[in-house]
Design a protein around this ligand. Structure first.
Ligand code: SF4
Length: 446
């Protein structure tokens, strides 16, 4: 499932941008299961493309497990890319190895989420911050010690802290130590992997302010990975929204938060608690959990849960409850197709209901027992049930796709430009034959 290159406007209301510092093209990071015979890999990052410009902060958001941390780690070569390009100042760093990679690593660093586990408790703060300088044999030992003291100053710690140990500090101070270490080799680009989510709310603001000051002072470029959307809205210039290893939408932060384009972004934003008690904004509930990245759906990655999924013409007016039940059945069939017969309980965990040792009849009863089905839908369901009862899940799914499938699960979408500001969305609904996601979902944001 590859995505076309996202075009990147260089002129936006957020100012003219020069050439991109980082160019990511059709990047994939797959993990195999380590088995002797290979097997189906986990598609953690499944063909993403975007640019990051000098001095900007690009936010990366999405549910846990969507691939955002793997993407961040692949950008700085802590994970090997399976395919695609990551160009820094025009050089594809996925091709680097040995001394060239070692030398390049000075340019790109990472701040980890949990300062407790990312700092070695047996080393003094001075040794921790000095370690990258030692590893790169930077200048003389005396100059390194001096550099560490300056860095402690820079991140709001004291020079006297040099000989203290991490456990003598608070969480916020430990994160400052991590940031000082990250800055040691004067990188241009930093991946901030949930840098404040392990901290108390009061300390989060201090660290965010520090990161903003450092960016201003040193002209840093950030990839900011987070699940807290309010922090992202505060700090990022642009935001990319990920789902199942794909970028579903990318655009300027305020525009994306107030006028989202993609159905998945609508759902994500609608889950933010609404501070105004008089607001009538409704939360969009997504059914089920994200699919297994080892077996992503065909077509659009969000097609199994999307509340705006395009229906075939003849079922456009079918009752919503029936449509949701049909889609849940399809997911149950997909799970049955993959699941070992002895682990059917997983289906119950995932979809609720009593499907332990279940026959397909009881699943049907749970899903459709209270619904009045049109005769044509009933007859198709009967055909699907015949296959499912004979353990012919693939055939059952094929009938389902023939009768109820649409372009959403048949074809991968393209990127559509949804504003002149470099705002793009990966969804069929931006094509001229369909109602827009906004019209279908009716959600309003401010
Ligand atoms: S392509 Fe279809 S399934 Fe995917 S986000 Fe758009 S409407 Fe939803």
């Amino acid at each position: 499932m590859s995505q076309d290159v996202i075009s990147t406007d260089t002129e936006t209301e957020y100012g003219a941008r020069g050439d991109p510092m980082v160019e990511v093209r059709n990047l994939k990071t797959y993990y195999d299961d380590g088995g002797l015979f290979g097997g189906t890999p986990v598609k953690a990052v499944d063909g993403v493309s975007f640019d990051i410009h000098q001095g900007e902060t690009l936010g990366l958001v999405g549910e846990s497990g969507c691939g955002k941390t793997t993407l961040g780690r692949t950008l700085i070569q802590l994970e090997d890319a399976t395919d695609g390009e990551v160009k820094f100042d025009g050089v594809d760093i996925t091709d680097l190895s040995g001394d060239d990679l070692y030398e390049w690593r000075r340019n790109a660093q990472i701040v980890f989420q949990d300062p407790d586990s990312s700092l070695n408790d047996r080393m003094t703060v001075g040794e921790i911050v000095r370690e990258p300088l030692d590893a790169q044999d930077w200048k003389t030992p005396r100059e390194r010690r001096q550099r560490v003291r300056e860095l402690l100053d820079t991140v709001g710690l004291q020079r006297e802290h040099y000989y203290r140990y991490p456990h003598q500090f608070s969480g916020g101070q430990r994160q400052r130590v991590g940031i000082a270490r990250t800055l040691a080799l004067e990188p241009d680009f930093i991946v901030l992997d949930e840098p404040v989510s392990a901290l108390d709310v009061s300390v989060q603001a201090e660290i965010i302010n520090l990161l903003e000051e450092l960016q201003e002072e040193f002209g840093l470029t950030y990839l900011f990975i987070a699940h807290d959307l309010s922090v992202v809205r505060h700090i990022c210039d642009r935001v990319a929204v990920m789902y199942l290893g794909n970028v579903m939408e990318i655009g300027p932060t305020e525009e994306l938060f107030t006028d989202p384009s993609n159905p998945y972004t609508h759902a994500l934003l609608s889950a933010i608690p609404e501070p105004d008690p008089t607001s009538d904004r409704e939360r969009i509930l997504l059914h089920g959990t994200p699919p297994n990245p080892r077996y992503p759906p065909s077509g659009c990655p969000f097609s199994t849960r999307c509340p705006a999924r395009i229906r075939p013409e003849e079922y456009r007016h079918l009752d919503d409850e029936i449509w949701v039940a049909l889609n849940t059945l399809r997911e149950v069939l997909r799970e049955r197709e993959r699941a070992d017969r002895s682990i059917r309980e997983r289906i119950r965990e995932r979809f609720g209901g009593d499907t332990r040792f279940a026959t397909i009849e009881s699943t049907y009863e749970e899903l459709f027992g209270d619904l009045e089905l049109p005769a044509d839908v009933q007859s198709i369901l009967d055909r699907i049930a015949d296959h499912a009862m004979n353990n012919e899940e693939s055939e059952a799914i094929a009938v389902f796709s023939d009768e109820f499938g649409s372009i959403c699960e048949g074809e991968s979408p393209e990127y559509h430009s949804t504003s002149p500001n470099g705002h793009e969305s990966y969804c069929h609904r931006h094509g001229e034959d369909y109602r827009s996601p906004k019209d279908v979902l009716g959600t309003r944001f401010d």
